[in-house]
Design a protein around this ligand. Sequence first.
Ligand code: PGA
Length: 241
Amino acid sequence: MKKIILNNYDEVSRAAADVYVQQLRNKPDSVLGLATGSTPLGLYAELVRKYQSGEIDFSKACSFNLDEYYPIRKSHPQSYDSFMHANLFSKVNFAQSRLPNGEAEDPQAECIKYDAEIEAAGGIDLQLLGIGLNGHIGFNEPSASYPMSTNLVKLTESTLKANSRFFDASDSQPTQALTMGFGAIFHAKSILLIITGANKAPVSRKLFDGVIHTDIPASLLLLHPDVTVIMDREASGANGA
Ligand code: PGA
C-alpha cells in the first residue's frame, strides 16, 4: 500500500485527479470504478475542470459506481445516481456510466446483472474508494464475513448517522443499499483510496498499523497488490487528531 500525505483537501483532490489524467492517457477506454460521499467532491470538480480545459477525455471510458441506496428513486436528490449526475456525469463525456439500480424490483437479480456487466466490460481498471468512519468501503460494513458479489446490505447505525446529514427530517432515509462486493473491488487492477479530515484519523491509523483488522473492511486492502492512498495531514493524524 503506497501512502501519500498532502497538506489539505485541495491538494488531495488535485493529486487524485492527476491519477485519472495518467490512467486515461495510458488507457483511454479504461473502466473506472467510482465512489460517492463528500471526499471525492473536490476530485470530481477537478476532473470537470480538466475536461473543460481539454486535459482529460472520458469519451472512450466507462464507469461503474460502488453503491446505491435501496430502495430509492433515481430522481431522489440524495440518490447516488443524482449525486453522480450533478457532480460529474452531466459535466464530462463518459461513453457509459452505470450505478446499481436503487429502483430495481428484484434487488438480487440486479446484483447479479451488475456483476455480469462489470465482468463483460473486462473488470475495473482503477477503483476509487473513500472510507467510512467505521472502515467500510462501498457499503461493505464491518462484518464477520464479506460477500464477493454485489449484494444488498443493511446499513449500520454509524453509517446511517453519518449520512443522515443529507436527508431532511421529512424524508425517510433508506436503511439498505446495493454495494459492490469485495470480488469486483479486489479484481480492480489498481485502487485509489482518498482519505481526508481529522474525523478519519482514527480509522486511517488502524489502516496503516500493518495488521488486517477483520472489523475494518478497508484493512483487507492490505492484501491488494496495487493500492495508492492519498490523504491529507489531518486524516493521517499528523495534526494530533
Ligand atoms: P465521506 O464518505 O466521503 O462522505 O466521508 C466516505 C464513505 O462513507 O465511504
